[in-house]
Design a protein around this ligand. Structure first.
Ligand code: SF4
Ligand code: SF4
Ligand code: SF4
Ligand code: FES
Length: 593
C-alpha cells in the first residue's frame, strides 16, 4: 500500500492514506493526549485536548479528526499547544464537580491523568456549583452527571458499538446532559445492559455498581480470555483483585468483537449465585455425600469398565473447552467405543463449504438471518447486524417466530417462504446469510441456492457447538439404551431441565458439573468442575476461530478444569490421552482443522 509521509516533532512518520494525525502518531509511538476520542469510536473532535500545530494552518488542529496529507509537518507539544490544553483542562475542571478524592475513577481517570500531566495543581476558575442528578436506577450501572465531561463517548458506544441508540445529549450550553431515550430514567429506558458505555467513559461519570470502589488499575490484575456464554466468543479481560473477579471488560484487540460485550458476557457471570459443587460427591447407601477424587473417579471407572460399550451413554453441554470435548470424544467414542453420544443443544445444518466471517456483515448490502434470534441468543452478533442496518444494509428475516430483529427487518418470511428471501438476496450486490439451528430442511435447501453468491456464517446455538460437532457430538443420543450415563453438564444452567428424562431409573449417572442443580441431585457421582474464570484452554467460535481462555482465579474448593477431570478418568480406565494441556490442545486443534 502506498503510504503518506509526514513529520511529527521532527520525526519522519509513514501511515496509510486516510489516517488521522492521532493514528499516525500512535503508530510511531508519539503520544498525543485525548479525551473524547477513542480508537473504537468514530471521532467527533469535541473536547479539543488533542490540538496540535500543523504547518500552514491558521489555527490549532484537532489531531483526532484531521487526516494526514503528504509532507504535513506537525508539532504536538509547543508552548501554544500546551497552553491551549491547560486552558481546556481548567475549563473542564471548573465546569462540574471534579473533586477527585471521592470519585470512583480516581487513580484511573483520564481527566485526572491529564491534570497531572499538565501540572494543574489548583482550580484557576471558580468551580461550578450547579448540581446535576445521579441516576442509580439501572440494574448494573450508575451515571453521576456531576463527573461528566460531555465527551460523548458513551453515546457513541451505544450507537457505534451496540447500535442501540439509548444514550443522547439533551439541553444546551451549561445545562447539557447525557440522557436516556426521551429523558427517561436509565432503568426505565431501552438500555439492554451491554455495558459498552461504562467501558469507554473516561471519568467517574458512569460506573458499574458491582465493582465500584473495589480496585484501581494498580491494585488489580487483568487476564485476557474469551466469553463462554454463547458461540460468538467475544474477547474479554477478566479484572481480578486478591483472587476475586471484579469485572469483565471487552478486549479491544479481539478480532471477532472489537471490544464489544453483551450483558451475558459482561455482567451475568459476576452475578451468578448458583451454589458451587466444591468437592466430589458419591452416593453411598442412597445418600449423596462428599468423597475424595480417587473414590469418585474409581466409582465411575468401575461402572464404566463393568458395562458394555453399547450401554454407556454420553451427554455433553457445549459449555466446555475444546480440550474437554476432545478428550470426552477420544475417551468414550474412540477408546471405549461408546456410540450413544449426544449434545444438549442443537447444531446448525451445514449450508456451505465456504466459511464466512461475522465481520463481513459490515460490508454486506443485504443480510439474511434464518432460523436464529441473535438478539436473544448471540447479542453481539445482533449489534453487528443492527449497525449494518444503521448504515444502509437491508435485513431479511427467515424465521416464522417472534424474532428480536423483526423491528429492524425490511422483510420477514416464514420458514416455508425461504425461497422468497433467496429471490431478494439474488438481486443484492453482496448478500450474507447468517443461519442457526432453527433452519428447516426445506429452508436449508432453498438457502443453498445462494452458494457462490452469498457469504454463509452459521450462528450456532450453545457455546462451543462447532467443536462439539467436530468431535462427534450431535443430536443422536438415545436415552432408552443407557445403563451408565456420563453427563458433562459444566456450567450449563440445568435448573428445571429434565435432561435425564427417559433414562432408566436403575442407570448409574456420573455428572461433571460446576453447580448444584436438580440434575446433580439425581446423580450417583458428581465431579466438581472449574468455571469460566478458573480454567485454561480454548473455545471454537461459531466461525471456527479457536480462541484462548485463560485462568484468572483459582478453582473453588477441589474443582478441576473439564479436560483434567477427563484425563484423570482416562487414567483410571488405563488409557493415556495426553500428558499435558499443551499436548491435548495441539491434538484438539489438529482435529478441528
Ligand atoms: S449499557 Fe449498552 S445499551 Fe445501555 S446505554 Fe450503555 S451502551 Fe447503551
Ligand atoms: S458519561 Fe462519561 S462517556 Fe458519557 S459523556 Fe459523560 S464523561 Fe463522556
Ligand atoms: S455475544 Fe456471546 S460471546 Fe459475546 S459477550 Fe455476549 S454472550 Fe459473550
Ligand atoms: S480527543 Fe480530539 S477533540 Fe477530543
Amino acid at each position: 500500500m502506498e503510504m503518506v509521509n509526514i513529520t511529527i516533532n521532527g520525526q519522519k512518520v509513514s501511515a496509510p492514506p486516510g489516517s488521522t494525525i492521532i493514528q499516525a502518531a500512535k503508530q510511531a509511538g508519539i503520544d498525543i493526549p485525548t479525551l473524547c476520542d477513542h480508537p473504537a469510536l468514530i471521532p467527533i473532535g469535541a473536547c479539543r485536548i488533542c490540538v496540535v500545530e500543523v504547518q500552514g494552518q491558521r489555527t490549532l488542529i484537532t489531531a483526532c479528526t484531521f487526516p494526514i496529507t503528504e509532507g504535513m509537518v506537525v508539532q504536538t507539544e509547543t508552548p501554544q499547544v500546551v497552553s491551549a490544553r491547560k486552558f481546556i483542562l481548567d475549563m473542564l475542571f471548573s465546569e462540574r464537580n471534579h473533586y477527585c478524592p471521592s470519585c470512583e475513577a480516581s487513580g484511573d481517570c483520564e481527566l485526572q491523568n491529564l491534570g497531572y500531566r499538565y501540572g494543574l495543581d489548583h482550580f484557576i476558575y471558580p468551580t461550578y456549583t450547579k448540581a446535576f442528578p445521579i441516576d442509580a436506577s439501572h440494574e448494573h450501572l450508575v451515571i453521576e452527571h456531576n463527573r461528566c465531561v460531555l465527551c460523548g463517548r458513551c453515546e457513541r458506544a451505544c450507537s457505534d458499538l451496540t447500535a442501540n441508540h439509548t444514550l443522547g445529549l439533551r439541553n444546551r450550553g451549561n445545562s447539557s446532559m447525557i440522557h436516556c431515550d426521551a429523558n427517561l430514567l436509565w432503568g426505565d429506558s431501552s438500555c439492554i445492559s451491554c455495558g459498552n458505555c461504562v467501558q469507554v467513559c473516561p471519568t467517574g461519570a458512569i460506573f458499574s455498581r458491582r465493582s465500584a470502589y473495589m480496585g484501581r488499575e494498580v491494585q488489580t490484575e487483568s487476564t485476557k480470555s474469551t466469553c463462554n456464554r454463547c458461540s460468538i466468543g467475544c474477547g474479554t479481560e477478566i479484572v481480578t483483585r486478591d483472587g476475586n473477579a471484579l469485572r469483565i471488560q471487552g478486549d479491544w484487540d479481539a478480532e471477532v468483537s472489537g471490544g464489544r460485550l453483551c450483558r451475558h458476557g459482561r455482567f451475568d457471570p459476576l452475578y451468578d449465585e448458583r451454589k458451587r459443587v466444591t468437592t466430589p460427591l458419591l452416593r453411598r447407601g442412597g445418600r449423596l455425600g462428599p468423597a475424595s477424587w480417587d473414590e469418585a473417579l474409581t466409582a465411575v471407572a468401575d461402572r464404566i469398565g463393568a458395562t458394555g460399550a453399547q450401554e454407556v451413554g454420553v451427554l455433553t453441554s457445549s459449555n466446555c473447552t475444546n480440550e474437554g470435548l476432545y478428550l470426552l470424544g477420544k475417551l468414550f467414542s474412540q477408546e471405549l467405543k461408546a456410540a450413544n453420544v449426544g449434545l444438549l443443544n442443537k447444531v446448525a445444518p451445514k449450508l456451505s463449504g465456504e466459511q464466512g466471517k461475522l465481520g463481513q456483515v459490515a460490508t454486506s448490502d443485504l443480510i439474511v438471518v434464518a432460523g436464529a434470534d441473535p438478539v436473544k441468543d448471540q447479542p453481539v452478533a445482533s449489534f453487528l447486524i443492527k449497525r449494518a442496518v444503521d448504515k444502509g444494509a437491508r435485513l431479511v428475516l427467515v424465521d416464522g417466530k417472534d424474532n428480536g430483529l423483526a423491528q429492524f427487518a425490511a422483510m420477514s418470511f416464514g420458514m416455508a417462504e425461504a425461497n422468497k428471501a433467496v429471490e431478494v438476496a439474488e438481486r443484492a450486490g453482496q448478500p450474507i446469510v447468517l443461519y442457526g439451528a432453527g433452519v428447516t430442511e426445506e429452508a436449508a435447501a432453498a438457502l443453498k441456492k445462494l452458494q457462490g453468491k452469498a457469504v454463509f456464517v452459521p450462528i450456532e446455538p450453545g457455546v462451543n457447538t462447532r467443536a462439539a460437532a467436530a468431535f462427534g457430538f450431535g443430536n443422536g443420543f438415545k436415552p432408552s439404551a443407557v445403563k451408565v450415563l456420563y453427563a458433562l453438564l459444566g456450567e450449563q444452567d440445568s435448573g428445571g431441565e429434565d435432561v435425564f428424562k427417559n433414562i432408566d431409573k436403575g442407570a448409574f449417572i456420573a455428572v461433571q458439573a460446576s453447580f448444584i442443580s436438580p440434575l446433580t441431585q439425581q446423580a450417583d457421582v458428581v465431579l466438581p468442575m472449574a468455571i469460566w474464570s478458573e480454567r485454561t484452554g480454548s473455545l471454537t467460535n461459531t466461525e471456527g476461530r479457536v480462541q484462548k481462555v485463560n485462568k484468572a482465579v483459582e478453582p473453588a474448593g477441589e474443582a478441576k478444569p473439564d479436560w483434567e477431570i477427563l484425563s484423570l478418568l482416562a487414567a483410571k480406565l488405563g488409557k493415556r490421552l495426553g500428558a499435558s494441556l499443551d499436548e491435548i490442545s495441539l491434538n484438539a486443534s489438529q482435529q478441528l482443522k
